[in-house]
Design a binder for this molecule. Structure first.
Ligand code: PLP
Length: 392
């Protein structure tokens, strides 16, 4: 007898993770793969973080549950980070430590919106926003960002779209997959527009720290109503540790706390103890940013031109989003990614993960790995592509 399983709540898959699974199989069978598919630093966090975790593991105080919003020393340290990094005052009691920013989004969606509410997101954009919204009965409203406009969506277009304004808006800067970094003026403008129009703004600042031309300000400077989501996963090189944070306005703190208690009780305590030391070595972390810049330039110089159509500006994060239309009349980024993985041993993510309409024409390449890997990936793709084009 068929047992009950949801028919309405099917979350689309996250292709980057599916590619990662395929690479694991190839590697388990002895294959050698260069990883340009997943956005995770190849370097460990600063030594102090590892030491803090190791000592926390043998401290019995870290064996129990954490408070739902995280342990006070970490919340206070995150608040200090806003002073050090952005000269902005944040009250630690508005900070929720979360198991990765992924849970920060879940809390924000559940605390700020009701089923059926419409939330504007940029396309191309990070797939989990849309997928999670669909799973929660929220309605993503796509704001297209195109190469011709510098990959920046027009929020004013929402006013002329002939539909009611959305209930919420979620923007990321630096953005995944385009690497676009909004100017401080643009962030201020969006904050003010959303506040004026009654649109709840969520800013994803998870790629903050990873910018190649100066340091952008936080949206918290410009709005009291914005929800800011951040994480230790990217700049701090702690992807698998699953620690992030979100900053909520006063009126959402109570519902968020109840949700956190019931969703995950609290974030892992030993990881929080490690994360506490993450802010002590900005110099080490900024060294990785220099490497990412070099990696980006190696790919831009080394990859075949036909593979690099309209590369998004890539002023932040660690991705190139390239238009592969030059490869033929019917580009298919999934088929290309599969062939490149099997035949050239280079993994990358098809654009359909980020844009269901136009994504077949795009590829996302992550340059978070080592510089040697970027050189080797350019060589492999350069050697393989002519044969692929001949065969197809
Ligand atoms: C734009 C963006 N936001 C959020 C996340 C989730 O990160 P985490 O849950 O590791 O903090 C990612 C992961 O790649 C991302 O690219």
């Amino acid at each position: 007898m068929a047992l009950k399983a949801t028919t309405t709540n099917r979350v689309p898959s996250f292709l980057a993770m599916a590619v990662m699974n395929a690479t694991r199989e190839i590697e388990a069978a002895g294959g050698d793969v260069i990883h340009l598919e997943v956005g995770q630093p190849s370097t460990p966090p600063p030594d102090a973080v590892n030491l803090a975790l190791t000592s926390a593991l043998s401290d019995v105080a870290t064996h129990g549950y954490s408070l739902a919003f995280g342990e006070w020393p970490l919340r206070k340290r995150i608040a200090d980070h806003y002073g050090d990094f952005y000269a902005t005052v944040v009250d630690p009691s508005n900070i929720a430590v979360t198991p990765g920013s992924s849970l920060g989004f879940a809390l924000a969606f559940l605390a700020a919106f009701d089923r059926g509410d419409r939330i504007a997101i940029t396309t191309p954009g990070y797939p989990a926003y849309r997928n999670l919204m669909l799973a929660m009965g929220l309605v993503p409203v796509e704001m297209p960002a195109r190469a011709a406009d510098g990959w920046v969506p027009s929020i004013e277009a929402l006013e002329t779209a002939g539909e009611p304004l959305p209930d919420g808006m979620l923007l990321a800067s630096p953005a995944n997959p385009t690497g676009v970094v909004m100017s401080d003026d643009d962030v201020k403008h969006v904050c003010e527009w959303c506040h004026r129009k009654g649109v709840r703004l969520i800013m994803d600042e998870i790629y903050h720290g990873l910018t190649f031309e100066g340091r952008p300000s936080t949206a918290l400077r410009y709005s009291d109503s914005v929800i800011v989501v951040n994480s230790f996963s990217k700049y701090f090189c702690m992807t698998g540790w699953r620690v992030g944070w979100a900053i909520f306005p006063d009126e959402l703190m109570e519902p968020v706390e109840r949700l956190a208690q019931n969703l995950y009780i609290g974030s892992p305590k030993p990881m929080q103890a490690g994360a506490l030391a993450a802010f002590d070595d900005y110099a080490c972390l900024d060294g990785h940013v220099d490497r990412y810049r070099e990696n980006r330039d190696i790919l831009l110089r080394g990859l075949p031109e036909v593979f690099l159509g309209n590369p998004a500006p890539c002023k932040g994060a660690f991705y190139l989003y390239t238009d592969i239309s030059g490869l033929g009349p019917n580009p298919d980024s999934i088929a290309l990614a599969e062939a490149m993985l099997r035949e050239a041993g280079v993994a990358c993510t098809p654009g359909v993960d980020f844009d269901q309409q136009q994504g077949h024409k795009f590829m996302r390449l992550s340059f978070a790995g080592s510089t040697a890997d970027m050189k080797e990936a350019s060589r492999r793709i350069g050697d393989w592509l002519p044969n692929y084009l001949k065969s197809g």
